[in-house]
Structure formats: C-alpha cells, structure tokens
Design a protein around this ligand. Structure first.
Ligand SMILES: Nc1ncnc2c1ncn2[C@@H]1O[C@H](COP(=O)(O)OP(=O)(O)OP(=O)(O)O)[C@@H](O)[C@H]1O
Ligand SMILES: [Mg+2]
Length: 271
C-alpha cells in the first residue's frame, strides 16, 4: 500500500491548495492526482525552511525522505510515504502523504494526575498559565513502541505529542491496506551525528529489545547496500555512518536507553 502511495506522490499532478498555518517552516497542503487515485499531501519546500542553530541549512527535506526510507526498509511503516519533488511551485522539497486523522486516537493524553488513563505511562508534569497541573502520559502499545523505536534509531530531536496521528494515507483502501495506522509526522529533525533524541515517548526505557527490534538493529548496523544507496541521497555520509554505529551500540546494549540527565530530552513545545 505504501508503494502505491509513493508512486502517486512521485508521479502525480499536484495542485497547491494553500499554506498550513502556524508551522515553523513553509508547509503547504497539496492535492495529488495520478490515474484514478487522488490523495492529499504536505509539501515542504527547502526554500521555506527556517534556519536552525543545530542542523545544516536546507537539509530538512532530505531528512524527511530519509526517515521514510529507513522506516519503510525496516517494515516499521511509521513514517507516511515521503518523496522529493523538484518540479513544484516553490522549488525542491519533500512531499509527504497527508494522514487523514481517524479521530479515535487516545494513545497520548494530557490530563490531571487523577485522570491518567489506565495502562498509560506518565512522562512529565506541566503547569498551565491558569495554574492547572497536567500530566502527559502515553500508551505502551506496539504501535507507539514502533514509533519510539524508529525515533531511537533515527535520533529524532523533535517527537512531539501532536505529531503522532492515527489515520489513513490512502483513504478508500480500507483494511486491505493495513490502514488506518499510527504515524509519526514531521521527521525533519532526524539523523544528526550528535545524540539529540528529544521525545515524549520515554515509556519503553529499560525494556529489552524484542526479536524484531534486534533484527532491525542488526540490519541497520550491517547497512545493506540498497538502504545505504537510498540514504546517502538524502543524508551526509557521516550521518549514515553514525546511524549504523548507533544501531550497533543499541544492539550491543540489548536495552532501550534511559533518558540522558545532562541534556534536554523533551521537545519544546512538547505538544
Ligand atoms: N503528513 C501529515 N499528515 C497530516 N498532517 C500533517 C502532515 N504533515 C504536516 N501536517 C500538519 O501540518 C502541520 C505543520 O507541519 P509540520 O509540523 O511538519 O511542520 P513544521 O514546520 O515542522 O511545524 P511545527 O512548527 O509544528 O513543528 C502539523 O502540525 C500538522 O497539523
Ligand atoms: Mg516541526
């Protein structure tokens, strides 16, 4: 199903519908038509990236595509299909399938301490401007674990609660396509060579990696040529090397790491 969506994104005719408000980078909603398929997508032109202190300029679109390729190669399928398009109005950028929100996701919650949903792991507390104390918590489900595992590998510096969405990338395909699924969107701050994991999903820390996770870590540590070729189109050689080393380190430890105490480990804002 993701391959079908990738084809539509790569070859489809795009109509830019408008800008998505309040995003920190130029982010536009696009309708993509190809054959008898129509879907929505998010176009992030490199020309509209806001400069960041710790990531090289003009590199976010490549990171978005690299994130998809890594997730797809490992069969995690937590990143919506994402391609590079160079022929759209604002110049080269990433084009990612829009996750049509299923509207039934309660996997991450922000509640009073007395209302933390059963089965949720509490992450941190925060105080609202009107002095209410709230706790962010998340399910420790397989779906969230896959996203958190991807973030570990990709060294995601920005996994916010609001960027975890359960929904469909190809509405109409229904159950046949294993959709709806839980996706992580906004994967532009990934693959930095230095350790930068910032996430709201720390609830798996300390658990040992499962068999599938160990296989995935071994795959990335060994970096098959097909994956390397796909990743060096989007990331620097040094970043790809750091990815393989990170996977090898995680495989060797056997355990999900604990949050580091000497740096920021939660994205800001966290929601
Ligand atoms: N694939 C997607 N599916 C559904 N909605 C999306 C997708 N990508 C982006 N959006 C919507 O567009 C908004 C802005 O996109 P995104 O967060 O990727 O851009 P950004 O410039 O990094 O913004 P932010 O400042 O929120 O981090 C998201 O908060 C979300 O509402
Ligand atoms: Mg962002």
């Amino acid at each position: 199903m993701h391959d079908v969506v990738e084809d539509v994104l790569t070859a489809g005719a795009c109509t830019i519908m408008g800008t998505i408000p309040r995003a920190s980078n130029d982010t536009r909603l696009v309708v993509v038509e190809h054959g008898d398929r129509t879907l929505r997508a998010v176009y992030k032109p490199t020309s509209g990236e806001s400069p960041l202190r710790d990531f090289p300029p003009g590199s976010l679109a490549g990171r978005e595509v690299g994130a998809y390729r890594l997730s797809r190669h490992l069969g995690l399928d937590v990143v919506p299909p994402t391609v590079v398009r160079s022929d759209l109005a604002a110049g080269p950028g990433s084009l990612q399938a829009y996750v049509e929100d299923a509207g039934d996701d309660a996997s991450v919650a922000l509640t009073g301490i007395e209302a933390i949903p059963p089965g949720h792991a509490p992450m941190f507390a925060l105080r609202t401007p009107d002095d209410r104390d709230l706790v962010l918590s998340h399910e420790t489900s397989e779906a969230l674990r896959r996203i958190a595992f991807f973030d570990l590998l990709a060294n995601n510096a920005d996994r916010k609660a609001g960027h975890i969405i359960r929904g469909s990338v190809l509405p109409g395909l229904g159950r046949r396509g294993a959709d709806p699924a839980t996706y992580g969107i906004d994967n532009g701050l990934t693959f930095h060579a230095e350790e930068k994991l910032r996430t709201v999903l720390w609830g798996f820390s300390g658990s040992s990696f499962g068999e599938d996770e160990v296989d995935a870590l071994d795959t990335v540590a060994g970096m098959p040529e097909t994956l390397r070729t796909q990743l060096v189109e989007c990331l620097s050689q040094a970043e790809v090397t750091c990815l393989t080393r990170r996977a090898a380190r995680l495989a060797e430890s056997g355990f999900w790491p604990e949050p580091s105490e000497d740096r920021m480990i939660i994205p800001w804002p966290p929601i």
